[in-house]
Design a binder for this molecule. Structure first.
Ligand SMILES: [Zn+2]
Length: 256
């Protein structure tokens, strides 16, 4: 026995039913929406919103079809904002979709738009994700050191190394040996405390910016008001540092 699934027959309109033009327009709109996936529709909506916000910011007329020149400037705007080339292309595709669906001119076929998107790809500028360390940030790093270090010695070592790096703008390779292995970390023999003036003097024999291989002498005074004074911190570290090691900043051998 064949079961009938549902009873669609009764919901179908009468064969003589003639829908209005408005009804056909609504249906056409629904069918188009059903023809694109939810995520794509969402992305395109975001694109159109972004484009409209851009036009508002620059007091451009928010008219459709969008002016070619507005799209050109919008791509440049996205690029200046640091958006990835792929994101810019997706946004332009969103605007192009609005044009296609309305049978307006094809943005994607514009020679200039194509070249602009190609240029975005080639001159892709990525934002530098490295944030400069601030004094507040340095203090926060100090606060978490006890949570990540193995011993009190390590806490003192890293406090000193980070403070010295911060106040003297040292590069990593000037303080420690990195994976590249082409570094010249400062040596313990080149560190001198001038007690009378609360100054620490360090001879940096190799620096990246020294073209003629001449050593640089860096000096810093005690930052009495600062909790993260590099001179006091370095002095404390040096008092605990194992003897007989060449480099200034060294780990304990029996770290475990
Ligand atoms: Zn100090």
């Amino acid at each position: 026995m064949i079961q009938r699934v549902g009873n669609r027959g009764s919901s179908l309109p009468h064969p003589n039913f003639i829908p209005t033009v408005e009804c056909l327009q609504r249906t056409a709109s629904k069918l188009v929406q059903a023809g694109i996936s939810g995520n794509t529709a969402l992305t395109y909506n975001t694109a159109v919103e972004s484009f409209n916000t851009f036009r508002k910011q620059y007091a451009f007329r928010a008219e459709w079809p969008a002016r070619h020149n507005q799209i050109v400037l919008y791509i440049a705007f996205c690029f200046e904002k640091g958006l990835a080339a792929r994101t810019i292309a997706t946004y332009v595709a969103g605007i192009a979709f609005v044009h296609k669906i309305n049978d307006w001119y094809d943005i994607g076929e514009s020679f200039v738009v194509k070249k602009l998107l190609e240029g975005c790809k080639r001159q892709h500028r990525t934002r530098d994700s490295r944030a400069p360390v601030t004094l507040t940030m340095l203090s926060k790093i100090w606060e978490v050191l006890p949570l990540v270090c193995f011993s009190r010695y390590e806490i003192t070592l890293f406090k000193a190394a980070f403070s010295v790096a911060f106040f003297w703008l040292f590069r990593v390779g000037e303080l420690a040996v990195t994976q590249l292995g082409e570094d010249h970390p400062i040596q313990y023999a080149d560190v001198e405390f001038i007690e009378a003036s609360s100054v620490c003097k360090i001879i940096v024999r190799f620096t990246k910016t020294s073209q003629y291989g001449q050593p640089a002498i860096v000096k810093l005074r005690c930052e009495h008001k600062s909790q993260v004074c590099p001179v006091c911190t370095l002095r404390e570290y040096v008092s605990k540092r194992p003897l007989g090691r060449v480099y200034c900043f060294v780990m304990q051998k029996d770290r475990g």
